[in-house]
Design a protein around this ligand. Structure first.
Ligand code: 13P
Length: 264
């Protein structure tokens, strides 16, 4: 049964486009999504295009209920950091959300927990909603250490974050072995990790605070495999990669989240 605190957690579906699409394809996708979003969806929706398309996407989505987020951000405000984008720049164009610590950033671009912690703090300081990603690799899962590993990543990522700020973070559990592989983590296993994340938040802050925080799942989500996950009270939404690149499929995933809200 859902209790009152959990009922207040609105589901959210976030599309992470990664380094995909051309400008015409991005525009086409977003126009379709915008018109779909005019139907009565009682869930939060966000898209995170590559930096270079953010301004155009924001422009098209002006006045719609879809939030636009960035896929990354540097923690410094300005300076000699070739190739980086600062919080002030994202603020300037009207961005409200930023993905931080995606496993591709951690693995390919070698971002560390302490850098990610600095980024989360910078995002909060500039009033963004940080979407903090955490997740274990296959070896860690096979050793039965997924919960322990993810709990440690969360602990490092939220170091020195106040009670006031912690509620503004959205957590996204994305097991690395499930990203882009077509192998979704079962609802049961995802729930176990999400519960472990909520427990650590409960320990560090309070039950009341932890119950307000949204914890998502991500990794090979499709409309055909996400129903079990999204209808669970411990999965507050999805961070969707490949399936967010097709308007119809992404809309079907949002539909699932919407139905899950209605059945609460
Ligand atoms: P896929 O949905 O393509 O597996 O990607 C998940 C992801 O990394 C979202 O951030």
């Amino acid at each position: 049964m859902y209790n009152n605190d959990i009922m207040k957690r609105k589901k959210i579906i976030i599309g992470n486009w990664k380094m995909n699409l051309s400008l015409p394809l991005a525009q086409d996708l977003i126009l379709k999504l915008k018109s779909e979003s005019e139907k009565k969806w009682d869930v939060d929706i966000a898209v995170c295009p590559p930096y270079i398309y953010l301004a155009q996407v924001l422009n098209i989505l002006k006045g719609s209920k879809i939030t636009v987020g960035a896929q990354n951000m540097y923690y410094k405000e300005e300076g000699a950091f070739t190739g980086e984008i600062s919080p002030l720049m994202l603020k300037d164009i009207g961005i409200q959300m930023v993905i931080i610590g995606h496993s591709e950033r951690r693995q390919i671009f070698k971002e560390t927990d302490s850098e990610i912690n600095l980024k989360v703090k910078a995002a909060l300081q500039h009033d963004f909603t940080p979407v903090l990603c955490i997740g274990e690799d296959l070896g860690t899962r096979e050793k039965g250490k997924a919960e322990e590993y993810v709990t440690q990543q969360v602990t490092n990522g939220i170091k020195d974050i106040s009670k006031n700020d912690i509620e503004k973070i959205i957590f996204a559990y994305e097991p690395i072995w499930a990203i882009g592989t077509g192998k979704i983590c079962s609802g049961e296993d995802a729930v176990k990790v999400n519960k472990a994340i909520r427990n650590i938040l409960k320990e560090k802050y309070s039950t009341e605070i932890s119950n307000k925080i949204r914890i998502l799942y991500g990794g090979s989500i499709k409309s055909a495999n996400f129903g079990e996950h999204i209808s669970n009270e411990d999965i507050d939404g999805g961070l969707v990669g490949g399936a967010s690149l097709k308007a119809e499929e992404f809309a079907k995933i949002i539909d699932l989240a919407d139905k899950a809200m209605v059945t609460i």
